[in-house]
Design a protein around this ligand. Structure first.
Ligand code: CUA
Length: 158
């Protein structure tokens, strides 16, 4: 009964492949971490208001860095702190943001600046501000009843 022998062989081979696949999957998941943003800086979001730089949201001029301004943003349902951002035209700006409660978005309409703000994680984006005007900042992640009201403004002054 050679056929049975081959069936057995293929069965073992099949199970072995499955086990190998699961091991690879397991290692892969472990290696990348269970969180989708393992590469980001983390913090204790419940104490975020006491943790620098989020203890001082707003626009800060900086020296000796690759950017001129740091804009620290703390998002919560359903506000941004600061409620308005003003930077001069041509400034290189690093946006540093997080959420103190649920996932929020931070999209500056008409630009390619679009970040997801997650509690416990720091989102950063460096951009050169090369267009004067007022840009609406909107939350593009559904965050609750006040989601559609959640907005801020970027003012770029010449
Ligand atoms: Cu915050 Cu939607």
């Amino acid at each position: 009964m050679h056929i049975h022998k081959y069936e057995k062989y293929f069965l073992v081979f099949g199970v072995g492949t499955l086990v190998a696949f699961l091991i690879i999957l397991g290692i892969g998941a472990f290696h990348q971490g269970s969180h989708p943003n393992s590469g980001k800086k983390t913090l204790d979001y419940e104490k975020v208001k006491e943790i620098a730089p989020f203890d001082n949201p707003g626009v800060h001029k900086v020296e000796g860095k690759d950017w001129d301004y740091e804009v620290v943003i703390l998002a919560s349902a359903f506000y941004y702190n600061p409620p308005e951002i003003e930077v001069p035209l041509g400034a290189k700006v690093k946006f540093i943001a997080t959420s103190e409660d649920v996932i929020h978005g931070f999209e500056i309409a008409g630009t390619n600046i679009n970040m997801m703000l997650e509690p416990g994680y720091v989102s950063e984006y460096v951009a050169e501000i090369n267009q004067a005007g007022e840009f609406l900042i909107v939350c593009n992640e559904y965050c609750g009843t006040g989601h559609t009201l959640m907005h801020s403004m970027l003012k770029v002054v010449d």
